[in-house]
Design a protein around this ligand. Sequence first.
Ligand code: TXA
Ligand code: MG
Length: 330
Amino acid sequence: MEKLEGHNADDRARAIRILSAGGLVAVPTETVYGLAADARNEAAVRRIFSVKGRPLLDPLIVHCDSLETAKSYALFPDTAILLAETFWPGPLTLVLPRRSDCLIPKTVSAGLDTLAIRIPAHPVLRALLVDSKIPLAAPSANPFGYISPTRASHVIQSLGERIEAVLDGGPCEHGVESTILSIDGKNNIRLLRSGPIPIEHVSKATGHKVQTGSQANPAKPEAPGMLASHYRPRKGIELFPEKSWPGKCEEATATVTLSRPKERSTEKNIFWLSESGDPTEIAHNLFDLLRKLDSDSTFSRIRVEFPSSSEGIFGAVQDRLSRAAVSPRS
Ligand code: TXA
Ligand code: MG
């Protein structure tokens, strides 16, 4: 695997050559690192699924350079235009009806009549998209079901020699994946995955209520990333409610808190996601800390403080922690 420097124009040109030839490049986004291929190249897209061990039934997001490009692949009802103009470039994915003349093979969207699209804000990925004009199909660059990568080193650890290159753009700003909304032809908005853009902001921007909650058929999730078990460390995690300390911890148990615990911060098995409990910082550090503890042989168990609030980005933190805590067999 080649390690390329995202802020270096020659290295970005190298990444574009690899992608044009059908190769796979892990790219930085403002949410998490993505495993990218030319979305128009069916063979390259199939390799994404095989490298991740991801079922072909789980559709991918297409990353575009502009709204104009996005409109050539999907239909944009009025509400979608409003959302695109308000939140793009940024951590929002829209699931929209596919256009009948869409040039992206249906393998990308798992045969569905819809397509997930996002215009990312990360400057390195934006430069790549604008310079190459290649629409990039990219799921998070982690083995299926494992914790998403928020640094180039995470990608190297878990996908290593299975891909051609990683383009290093530094640690990801948000640290949790994009908010996903589906918009149907009647402008109904439905939340498929919570993320950095809270639904309160979506309602405010559109004047429409966002539908949430249980789906019509839980056995067939609308967004398969909503499967109960996901983002899971190999050791598994246990959750405890905010501010309810689980007493003295055994040495082999790592305890993760939302803010620095005043009295017990000298204990070697206590880790905090933010000094002050700042929600943005907590989300930014979450996956990185879980990965570190998962690969630290000192610990056999990980316990994490579960935030009581679901406001703002805490909604996404609650969602990821709940899924990380569910055993794949349950
Ligand atoms: O922040 C993100 O969204 C990152 C970065 C790399 O952009 N990507 C990401 O991709 O999280 P992935 O594949 O790990 O999660 C995408 C989710 C999946 O749960 C998938 O099921 C859902 O999007 N999805 C994609 N296309 C869909 C569609 N047509 N209908 C419903 N859900 C869809
Ligand atoms: Mg993922």
